[in-house]
Design a protein around this ligand. Structure first.
Ligand SMILES: CC(C)(COP(=O)(O)OP(=O)(O)OC[C@H]1O[C@@H](n2cnc3c(N)ncnc32)[C@H](O)[C@@H]1OP(=O)(O)O)[C@@H](O)C(=O)NCCC(=O)NCCS
Length: 256
C-alpha cells in the first residue's frame, strides 16, 4: 500500500479523528474521552488522500510491561484494505521493547475469536457481560426506594493500592493475574491504580477488611451521543452486596 502517512496525534486532531467513523451504534466513547485519554496515552493516525482514514490509541499499562491498542477505527471507504494492519505494524514498532501486547474484545468479534482458535492470542481473562437499559427518571425512583443493607464504602487511590498489594485479598477477589477496568485489562499490581481512576473512575468496596469476603466495584460513566453508559466491573462477588454497590455508584453520579 502506497501513499499512507502515519503520525502521532495531538489535541488539535480531535475533529479529524472523531470524524473517521462512529462505532458501537452511537455508544462510541472516543468523542467524549479523546482529550482525557490523550493526557495519559499516545494516539496514532493514518492519513491517505490528505484525510485521516484510521486511528488507534496505544495504552501503556502494567508499569510499562504491556501495550494495549484501543479505540481502533478505519473509515468505511478504506475498510478491508490493510490500513489497520499498517497502523498496527507502525505502532507496534514504536513500542517494540514492550514485553506484552493485549487486546480486549467481545466474543462476537469473529476475527479475533479466530485468532484465539489459531493460537495467535491467549485468553487471560474471560468476563461475563450483562447490559441493562433504563431512564434517569426510573433510575432515580429505584434508588430512592432502596435502603442500603450493607456497609459499602468509597475506595480511594490509597485504599485500592493497598488492596492490589495484598495477596491475601487478591487471591480471593480475582481469578488469575488480570482484572478489567472498563474494558482495560490490567495486571493485579498497585502501579495500575491510576489507570482505574482515570476517565472518571469510581471505586466502592464492602467487607474490605475481610480478605475472603472483600468485594469491590469499579464504575466508569461513558458519555456518548445516545446517553450515558455506566460500565461496572465487580470483583470478589458477594451477591447480597451487588445492589448496594450499584446504588452507591448511581448516587455518586446523580447529577449526570
Ligand atoms: C476493526 C477495524 C478497525 C478493522 O479495519 P480493517 O480495515 O478491516 O482492518 P485491516 O484490513 O487493515 O486489518 C485487519 C487486521 O486488523 C485486525 N483486527 C480486526 N478487528 C480488530 C479489533 N477489533 N481489534 C484489533 N485488531 C483487529 C485483524 O485481525 C487483522 O489483523 P491481521 O492482518 O493480523 O489478520 C474496522 O472494521 C473498524 O473501524 N470497525 C469499527 C470500530 C471497531 O469495531 N473497532 C474495534 C477496535 S476497538
Amino acid at each position: 500500500m502506497s501513499g499512507i502517512v502515519i503520525r502521532e496525534v495531538t489535541e488539535e486532531d480531535y475533529e479529524g479523528v472523531v470524524g473517521i467513523r462512529t462505532a458501537y451504534g452511537g455508544r462510541d466513547y472516543l468523542p467524549g474521552l479523546y482529550h482525557n485519554i490523550l493526557k495519559r496515552h499516545k494516539g496514532f493516525v493514518a492519513i491517505m488522500d490528505e484525510k485521516m482514514v484510521a486511528f488507534r490509541f496505544m495504552y501503556l499499562v502494567d508499569n510499562g510491561m504491556t501495550i494495549l491498542p484501543r479505540a481502533g477505527r478505519v473509515h468505511q471507504d478504506y475498510e478491508g484494505l490493510g490500513v489497520y494492519r499498517k497502523l498496527d505494524e507502525f505502532t507496534m514498532q514504536v513500542y517494540k521493547d514492550v514485553k506484552y501486547k493485549a487486546v480486549s474484545f467481545h466474543n462476537r468479534n469473529a476475527t479475533l475469536m479466530k485468532k484465539v482458535e489459531e493460537g495467535a492470542y491467549r485468553i487471560t481473562l474471560n468476563r461475563k457481560l450483562k447490559t441493562y437499559r433504563t431512564t434517569l427518571k426510573s433510575l432515580k425512583s429505584d434508588i430512592q426506594k432502596r435502603t442500603l443493607q450493607n456497609d459499602v464504602k468509597h475506595v480511594d487511590s490509597d485504599d485500592l493500592k493497598g488492596i492490589l498489594s495484598n495477596t491475601d485479598v487478591t487471591k480471593h477477589m480475582f481469578s488469575g493475574d488480570i482484572f478489567a477496568s472498563c474494558w482495560t485489562p490490567l495486571r493485579i499490581i498497585p502501579e495500575n491504580t491510576s489507570h482505574v481512576f482515570a476517565d472518571n473512575g469510581v471505586v466502592f468496596g464492602s467487607s474490605v477488611d475481610d480478605a475472603e469476603k472483600a468485594m469491590i466495584s469499579i464504575g466508569h460513566p461513558v458519555l456518548s451521543s445516545i446517553g450515558v453508559s455506566y460500565v461496572l466491573d465487580f470483583y470478589g462477588l458477594q451477591r447480597n452486596d451487588v445492589a448496594d454497590h450499584i446504588v452507591k455508584h448511581f448516587t455518586k453520579h446523580r447529577r449526570l
